[in-house]
Design a binder for this molecule. Structure first.
Ligand SMILES: Nc1ccn([C@@H]2O[C@H](COP(=O)(O)OP(=O)(O)OP(=O)(O)O)[C@@H](O)[C@H]2O)c(=O)n1
Ligand SMILES: C[C@](O)(CO)[C@H](O)COP(=O)(O)O
Length: 238
C-alpha cells in the first residue's frame, strides 16, 4: 500500500466578528505581517513533511493576494471555497484539496485555524508524532489552568466542575481525510472543530498537550498579547 501523506488545510474564511476590527482578523497586521502569514510560516518551516499546504478563503476574499504575495508556491494551494461556518469551510476545503492536490482518503490532514498564528513547528511535530500511528488521530489541546464554574442564567455561579479531565481544544487537529470528510458530512454545520465530528462517529481522538501560547485570536485584547509574543520570539531568534 502507498504510504500515507500529510496535508495541511488552513481555514481562513471567517469574518472575525468578535475581534471587532474593520476587516477579517486573519489579515490584520501583527509584528509587521498579516496574521495569516505568521500561521503559514509555521507550516512552511516543515514544508518537506507535507505533500501540500492549502489555504481555504472565501470566494469573496479580496485580501489574500496582498497578504501573501508569494502564495501559492510549489506544493501550495489557494482554495476559494470557504463557507458560512468553519465546518463548511473545512468540508469544502477537503473536497477541493482532493481535486487540486490528489489527496486520498487514507492521507492525513492537519486542519489549523488561520487565527492561531502562534503555533510553532515544534508543536506541529509533536502532534504528528503522536498521531501518525494512531487509528483515530487527534488534536493539540491544553489542560484547563483555572477553576471551572457553571453559570446560572442570572450570571451567578451555579456550580464548580472538576477540571482534572477538562482540556481546551486547539488546532492543528489531525485525521485521515476520508474519515474526516465522512464525519463532517454527517455532523453538519453545528460542530466547532474536527474532533467533535470524529466523536460523532463514536471514536475518541487523542489529546496531545499543546501550549497556552497557541491561543486563537478571538477578542480585541488577544491582539496585543500576540503582538508581544511574536515580537519577543523575533528578538529571541536574532
Ligand atoms: N466560515 C468560517 C468561519 C471561520 N473560519 C476560520 O476558522 C478559524 C477559527 O474561527 P473563529 O476564530 O471563530 O473565526 P471567525 O469566524 O472569523 O470569528 P468570529 O466567530 O468572531 O466571527 C479562523 O481561522 C477563521 O478564519 C472559516 O474559515 N470559515
Ligand atoms: C477549532 C477551534 O479553534 C478549537 O478550539 C474552535 O472550536 C474554533 O472556534 P469557533 O469560535 O467555534 O470558530
Amino acid at each position: 500500500m502507498t504510504p500515507s501523506r500529510l496535508f495541511v488545510l488552513i481555514p481562513c474564511a471567517g469574518s472575525g466578528s468578535r475581534a471587532g476590527g474593520p476587516g477579517p482578523k486573519q489579515y490584520q497586521r501583527l509584528a509587521g505581517r498579516p496574521m495569516v502569514r505568521h500561521t503559514l510560516e509555521a507550516f512552511r518551516a516543515l514544508a518537506s513533511r507535507f505533500a501540500g499546504i492549502a489555504l481555504v478563503v472565501s470566494p469573496q476574499d479580496r485580501e489574500v493576494a496582498a497578504a501573501l504575495p508569494r502564495f501559492p508556491a510549489e506544493g501550495e494551494h489557494l482554495l476559494q471555497v470557504g463557507g458560512a461556518t468553519r465546518a463548511a469551510t473545512v468540508r469544502n476545503g477537503l473536497v477541493a484539496l482532493k481535486q487540486a492536490a490528489g489527496a486520498g482518503p487514507h492521507d492525513w490532514v492537519l486542519v489549523h485555524d488561520a487565527a492561531r498564528c502562534l503555533v510553532t513547528p515544534t508543536q506541529i511535530e509533536a502532534l504528528i508524532a503522536a498521531c501518525e500511528h494512531d487509528a483515530v488521530g487527534g488534536l493539540l489541546a491544553h489542560r484547563l489552568p483555572d477553576t471551572l464554574k457553571v453559570a446560572s442564567p442570572e450570571g451567578r455561579v451555579a456550580g464548580t466542575l472538576t477540571r482534572a479531565d477538562k482540556w481546551l481544544a486547539q488546532t492543528p487537529q489531525m485525521f485521515r481525510i476520508g474519515m474526516l470528510l465522512d464525519a463532517l458530512e454527517r455532523a453538519g454545520d453545528a460542530v466547532t472543530d474536527e474532533a467533535s465530528a470524529i466523536e460523532g462517529l463514536g471514536l475518541a481522538p487523542l489529546l496531545v498537550p499543546g501550549s497556552a501560547q497557541n491561543f486563537k485570536l478571538t477578542y480585541p485584547e488577544d491582539f496585543a498579547l500576540a503582538e508581544a509574543l511574536l515580537q519577543s520570539r523575533r528578538g529571541a531568534s536574532t
